[in-house]
Design a protein around this ligand. Sequence first.
Ligand code: 5AD
Ligand code: SF4
Length: 413
Amino acid sequence: MPKFYIETVGCQMNVLDSELAGAALIRSGMEPADSITDADVILFNTCSVRQHAEDKVYSALGRLKQWKEQKPVSVLGIIGCMAQKDQKLIFQRVPYADLVLGPGQLDVLAETVRQLFDAKSGGRKPSVLQRVCVSLPRNAGKHHEVIESFRLYNPERMIRGGLMPAAAGSPSLVRIMFGCNQFCSYCIVPYVRGPEQSRPPQDILNEVKLLADGGAAKITFIGQTVNSYCYNNNGKITKLADLLYLASETAGVQQIDFVTNYPLGIDDRLLQAVRDLPKVVKHFHVPAQSGSDTVLQRMNRHYTSARYREMTDQIYETVPGATMTSDFIVGFCGETDAEFEQTVDLVKYCRFRNSFIFKYSGRKGTKSAELYADDVPEEVKKHRNNRLLEVQIGISRRGAHVAKHGQSESDAV
Ligand code: 5AD
Ligand code: SF4
C-alpha cells in the first residue's frame, strides 16, 4: 500500500485542506507514512500570503531532490495557494515535481495521485506524468464558470479517528465559506482562493453532526471573511448568527468559535448570538491591519480607524467578558512614522488579547504591488514590527483586555 505524507504551511484553510486531502488518499487505498522519508507520495500544502512562506517551501522542495532520485516510483505534489498562483514557475524551479494542484481541485487529488503513482509503477517516462490541475483565474470566464472550477465546495469528510490526529482537544475545522471578494490591495487570497461562496447551512450542520458523532466537542467555523457568511435559499436568508444558533443545538458539541472576521458586518445579531449562546466562545479575531486612515485607504480596507474603534466598543459593551485579537501589517507602501504611530494608538485603545504582526511583503498580481512602491526599508519594517509587538506584549501581560479598554494604564508600555 503506498504511503503518503502531507507537509502543511499557512492558515487554517490549509490545515483543513490537508485533513481533507489525507482523508481522500486513505479512501483511495493509501496509508499515512510515519515520516517524510518513509513516504511514497509527498504533498506540500503551500501558502502565498508572504514571500517568506514561498521561499521556505522552495528550500524544502530542494531538499527533496535526493529523495526523488532514490525513489523513482514516487509522487511529489504541490498543492495549496502557490499551486494555483505559480503553476509554470513551480515546474521550472522543481522539475522533479509530478503534480501541481490548486486549492479548488482537491476533489480530484486522490485519483490524480493514484494515476501518477500507478503509471510510474508501470515504468512510464516521468515527463509524460507531470500533471497540472488548477481552477480558472477570476477573470478567465463567466462568474459561474469560475465558481464551478473551484470544485472543492462540499468535500466528503472523514471522522477524525486515527487520521493525522490534531493535538488532543484542538477544535475540528468546518469551512462555512470559500474564497474572498474583498480585494485588500496587498492580498493574494482573492486571486488564488476564488470568489466568495457560502455553503448551504444544511451541509454545514450535517458536517458538524458527523464530527460531533465522531467525538469532536469543539468546532471552529472558518472562512476568509467568516462574518459575511450569507446563504439565500429562495429568499430564506441564513447568516452567521443563525448558523451559531443552529449548530449550538447539535448534541455533543460543547464549544463553537469562528475565524476570520472582516471589521465591517459585525452586527448586533451576531454580537447577541455570541453573548446569549453558552457554547459560543466570547472571542473575536478581527484583523485591523492598520490604525491609519490613509494607510487603510491604500490597503483598500473599507473602514476608518474611528469605525474600527466603534466596533471594538460595541463588542466589549454587548458581550460581557469578550476578548479580541487582531492582525497588523507594518511597513506597508508609503507608511510614515506618523501613520505607524496611529497603529500603535489603535492597539493601545483596543487592548487586544494578542496581535499577529507581519511585515509587508509585495505580492505580484496584487494592486499594491502594481500601484505603489514597497518603499519602507527592511530595517524600518523590522523596527516597527518589534515596537508594535512590545506594545502588544505589554497589554497582553496586564491581561486587561476586557471592558476597561482605552484607560490610561494601557498607555504605559
Ligand atoms: N504582506 C504581509 N502580510 C500580509 N497579510 C496578507 N497579505 C500580506 C502581505 N502581502 C497578512 C494580513 C492577514 C494575515 C493572514 O496575513 O495581516 O490578515
Ligand atoms: Fe485577503 Fe482582505 Fe480577503 Fe482577508 S479580507 S483574505 S486580507 S483580501
